[in-house]
Design a protein around this ligand. Structure first.
Ligand SMILES: N[C@@H](CCC[C@H](N)C(=O)O)C(=O)O
Length: 277
């Protein structure tokens, strides 16, 4: 089976073109292929598929095999894949996800996609509207205790669930130690992605992420969007800001007119290969 390894700011996934290939069991295939010693090595698996309601459909699986509703870094790579490999000649496309249809605008250099701006839709802020988060849960200032220390979380859904907390400095913060506990806190019946954020100034945030189903990754697009929303709600940042991640920067805007979040960032191909099992 032919695959393409791509990344958005080092958040790396294996992409399968399901116009040509058939994937029987994507959950277990994601676990197998994502293994960094015995497989290809990745944060998960992404299927690019036909859609009856949009130009394309994306399904995304974490490295533990769980399917996520949405993935910001992957959807930019899907845009690059379908344009660069000539599945479309349009530079504006719609992509069906489990979190709804997203619209992508691709920027080109030498007829190859370099960056993609994605209309990520509206953030979901009402606790009762976030099915993955307990209905009793307040959106802001939810306190979770880890190792005797209290952390305050703001919860935002971008279709997938995120809990954001602020720290003085992210560089040496024990993201793995705290992230893995919060991810499975019983308050989040379907687990959660956890963002640790340092406010640099009105226009800049430093963020590290512990992803549901994958652990710490170099970047998370939906996490950056949720972080911008949480930071506006907590009066920490302007509605348009740079979110700096381990793998690079994303420009995120929460538009006042349509209430949509717009994410702009790069998409990169690493290599192609044949999976023989
Ligand atoms: N890295 C992603 C998010 C991937 C899914 C996430 N781990 C989840 O389970 O919700 C991104 O760039 O958004």
């Amino acid at each position: 089976m032919k695959f393409t390894k791509m990344n958005g700011l080092g958040n790396d996934y294996i992409y399968i073109n399901c116009f040509e290939e058939t994937v029987e069991n994507p959950n277990s295939l994601s676990v197998e292929m994502s293994n960094r010693n015995f497989g290809v090595g990745s944060d998960g698996l992404v299927l690019i598929m036909p859609s009856e309601i949009a130009d394309f459909r994306m399904r995304m699986f974490n490295s533990d095999g769980s399917e996520a509703e949405m993935c910001g870094n992957a959807i930019r790579c899907v845009g690059k894949y379908v344009y660069d490999y000539k599945l479309t000649d349009k530079t504006t496309i719609s992509v069906e996800t489990l979190a709804g249809i997203k619209v992508l605008d691709m920027a080109l250099e030498n007829n190859k996609v370099t960056t993609v701006k994605v209309d990520m839709g509206e953030p979901i802020l009402e606790a009762s509207l976030i099915p993955v988060i307990s209905e009793k849960m307040p959106v802001i200032d939810e306190i979770i205790e880890v190792d005797g220390k209290e952390y305050k979380f703001t919860c935002v859904s971008m279709g997938n669930p995120h809990a954001i907390t602020y720290v003085d400095e992210v560089k040496d913060f024990p993201v793995d130690k705290i992230g893995k506990v919060v991810e499975v806190d019983p308050k989040f019946p379907r687990k959660i992605n956890v963002e640790f954020v340092e406010v640099v100034d009105d226009n800049t945030l430093n963020m590290r992420v512990w992803e549901r189903g994958a652990g710490e990754t170099m970047a998370c697009g939906t996490g950056a969007c949720a972080t911008l929303v949480a930071s506006v709600l907590n009066n920490k940042v302007n509605r348009k800001a740079i979110v700096k991640l381990l793998g690079g920067d994303l420009l995120i805007e929460w538009n006042e007119n349509d209430n949509h979040i717009y994410m702009t960032g790069p998409a990169t191909v690493s290599f192609q290969g044949i999976w023989e099992r």
